[in-house]
Design a protein around this ligand. Structure first.
Ligand code: PEP
Length: 249
């Protein structure tokens, strides 16, 4: 089953409206393959979502970087999935390692968020990945499987989900996983999906890699059979993001 290459840009907590407009102008001018070859989704901070949605080319889409675990109400500072849908935002990133580590989001909480966001009609980029300590102790796959299990226990329909494997030690560090390291975990994760969800979900779900992806290393990573795209942090704020979008060409 064909898995359309997917490139996400996570702008994190960066940018002024002037800077955001410049990034959008660069993206709008980029010569990239058509949507059936590569799906592009960029994720600005909440406050810039309407601006980016209005100014971004129509073949690229936008994602929020988080949303609340259930329907809105007395949850000061949170934004609900329902609000994103109301605003016409199609995607949301959930379970990013910065939120897991800094804001204490557990596997179960992330699983609940994913299930609620999907139930409201959002498409989800669900992030999983191990710390350096966990990798060095040989528990990478146990960690990734536990994170994925918490999602799988709560979700039946995987058709609107992309899984981002993001080793924490590679995020924002310049230490990219080697193509072989990325392929190994992606292949294991796909096997896990086959054994624990279904062969159909394993074959059709895009598993993208994130962690210091750049214009220089993207081609080799994209050449791995189980790497279906990228979630890009730092480099998604720079013109080289266009080169990353073209990695699967
Ligand atoms: C990320 O935060 O999702 C990420 C992959 O960041 P970076 O590309 O900067 O490592």
């Amino acid at each position: 089953m064909g898995r359309t290459f997917f490139v996400g840009g996570n702008w994190k907590c960066n940018g002024t409206s002037e800077e955001i407009k410049k990034i959008v102008a660069t993206l709008n001018a980029g010569q990239v393959p058509s949507q059936d070859v590569v799906e592009v989704v960029v994720s600005p901070p909440y406050v810039f979502l309407p601006l980016v949605k209005n100014e971004l080319r129509s073949d690229f889409h936008v994602a929020a970087q988080n949303c609340w675990v259930k329907k809105g109400g007395a949850f000061t500072g949170e934004v609900s999935a329902d609000m994103l849908v109301n605003l016409g935002i199609p995607w949301v990133i959930l379970g990013h390692s910065e939120r897991r580590a800094i804001l204490g989001e557990s596997n179960e909480f992330v699983g609940d968020k994913v299930a609620y966001a999907l139930s409201q009609g959002l498409k989800v980029i669900a992030c999983v990945g191990e710390t350096l300590e966990q990798r060095e102790s040989g528990s990478t796959m146990d960690v990734v499987a536990a994170q994925t299990k918490a999602i799988a226990e709560r979700v039946k329909d995987w058709s609107n989900m992309v899984v981002a494997y993001e080793p924490v030690w590679a995020i924002g560090t310049g230490k990219v996983a080697t193509p072989a390291q990325a392929q190994e975990v992606h292949a294991e994760l796909r096997k896990w999906l086959q054994a624990n969800v279904s062969a159909e979900v394993a074959a059709s779900t895009r598993i993208i890699y994130g962690g210091s992806v750049s214009g220089a290393n993207c081609k080799e990573l994209a050449g791995q059979p189980d790497v279906d795209g990228f979630l890009v942090g730092g480099a998604s704020l720079k013109p080289e993001f266009i080169d990353i979008i073209k990695a699967a060409e």
